[in-house]
Design a protein around this ligand. Structure first.
Ligand code: AMP
Ligand code: ZN
Length: 471
């Protein structure tokens, strides 16, 4: 598979480092609030990536952390601890908040058909591992104590700014985002591995350590969890583009300092979902969650369809109009699949070009929009119903749009019409409408549609004809 690699800035062939296995790590959610649909876009694209790899024959093991401690509101070690902030907001303990939003996150994932990674580890369950790694970094001179905190010395690695994306100015900006520059730091880009001297006297979760009672910084958790569960060579690391700096830059610095060799060769980053007015936010404007979309009547899988229509490296603008278009297209696609019969034997030779096209879409930097197009091409293909259905089922092991299940539901909904005494009349009217459309008599076609609608009949036009439901 060819994947764009943020580290090399080229599309690289993904090659396992050893024993043919792909060890894949994804940065998990900070569980202080609901995930917004932008966060969920990233998890969805990572999910498609994992499924695509498996489809293409790779043997994948995937791990993800849950950030339940140490992530401050500014990535540059400034501002409030996000978990403490969430607990205060809801008058709950940090652990209650973590549980509530971890559960909410996985509930959203289930609705979006995002598979749970093989290994999921909350940061608070690995504190002793973080301490062990930090101790080693101190011993080897990569970390130092200042003002009670332990910092990583970013002047020590041969190269710190590995993604090259960020000039000196941007690096400063990462630091400037917060309230002020931490005067304990030897270099502007140094970051905290362990906090003891915190301005948050009310920090709820603290642990004993050789460096004093305190809690870990945010970046150390991903390095430690990845190294512990996936070993000292990682094949693929994923996250949203905002993670490139400082989070992933810092992960690389500390992991390679600890290991003494290169750590991860391929970095996959998903571009952001934005609103028409800019950055998606949990505090400003409408807080766009999956539950909000559901409360407005959207099927979560229509949102998945919306995301899959765009390439993961392109930023995507969310508007209700865009989502409406995607939801309409998704419903039509499902209706076309529902209209398929299951006739014939699976036609292996006939199926091959369609399988090849789907595979090539995935292999070519995870081109999900072409992969979706492959489904439409199957529907148009001169193939029997059984072959079309089998192909769509195969593609959907990656796309996870629930296409055949949704089509079954449409059919079930249509089933009662078999007993409806008005069936013959309705179908006659539908045929008359089709004829009117053929004659370009759209006024007549609309009149018939309105008459049917008054009878409680809803029509869906597809390329393969018109289906209907009766209220
Ligand atoms: P967080 O819970 O804030 O740690 O973020 C979870 C994931 O969502 C990370 O991989 C972020 O990079 C990603 N992310 C944050 N904002 C957006 C956005 N607007 N669109 C897509 N992904 C995002
Ligand atoms: Zn991470």
């Amino acid at each position: 598979m060819l994947l764009y690699n943020t580290l090399t800035r080229t599309r690289d062939e993904l090659v396992p480092h050893e024993d043919g296995k792909i060890r894949m790590y994804t940065c998990g959610p900070t569980v202080y609030h609901f995930a917004h649909i932008g966060n969920l876009r990233t998890y969805m694209m990572e999910d498609v990536l994992e499924k695509a790899l498996r489809y293409l024959g790779y043997d994948v093991t995937r791990a993800m952390n849950i950030t339940d401690v140490g992530h401050l509101t500014s990535d540059a070690d400034e501002g409030e601890d996000k978990m403490v902030k969430g607990a205060k907001r809801e008058h709950k303990t940090v652990l209650e908040i973590a549980k509530q939003y971890t559960d909410a996150f996985f509930a959203d994932c289930e609705k979006l058909h995002i598979k749970k990674p093989d290994v999921v580890v909350p940061a608070t369950s690995e504190i002793s591992e973080f301490i062990r790694v930090i101790e080693r970094l101190i011993e080897t001179g990569y970390a130092y104590e200042a003002g009670g905190n332990i910092y990583f010395d970013t002047s020590k690695p041969k190269q710190y700014n590995v993604f090259h994306d960020f000039g000196e100015e941007d690096l400063e900006e990462g630091v400037r985002e917060g309230v002020g520059v931490d005067s304990n730091k030897r270099n502007k880009t140094d970051f905290v591995l362990w906090f003891t001297k915190s301005k948050f006297e009310d920090q709820e979760l603290k642990w004993e350590s050789p460096f004093g009672l305190g809690y870990p910084g945010w970046h150390i958790e991903c390095s430690c969890i990845s190294m512990k569960y996936l070993g000292e060579y990682l094949d693929l690391h994923c996250g949203g583009v905002d993670n490139i700096f400082p989070h992933h830059t810092n992960e690389i610095a500390q992991s390679e300092a600890y290991l003494g060799h290169p750590w991860c060769g391929a970095w996959f980053h998903v571009a952001h979902l934005n609103t028409a007015s800019g950055k998606m936010s949990k505090s400003k404007g409408e807080f766009l969650t999956l539950s909000l979309l559901e409360s407005k009547g959207y099927d979560p899988l229509a949102y998945r369809f919306f995301c899959l229509q765009s390439h993961y490296r392109k930023s995507l603008v969310f508007t209700y109009e865009n989502l409406d278009n995607a939801a309409g297209a998704y419903a039509k696609l499902v209706a076309r699949i529902a209209a398929l019969d299951s006739d014939g034997e699976y036609d292996e030779a006939g199926a091959k070009p369609y399988l090849d096209a789907f595979r090539s879409a995935l292999e070519n930097d995870l081109n999900t929009s072409l992969a979706v197009t492959a489904v439409y091409d199957v529907l148009k293909a001169p193939l029997n119903g059984k072959t079309k259905r089998d192909l769509i089922a195969k593609f959907d092991t990656v796309l996870s749009l629930g296409l055949l299940e949704a089509a079954e539901k449409v059919k079930e909904k249509e089933a009662p019409k078999a007993d409806d005494p008005r069936r013959a009349e309705i179908e006659k009217m539908i045929a008359a409408r089709a004829e009117a459309k053929k004659q370009k008599n759209y006024a007549e076609a609309d009149r018939i549609r309105a008459e049917l609608s008054a009878m409680g009949v809803t029509l869906t036009d597809t390329k393969d004809g018109t289906t209907y439901t009766i209220a």
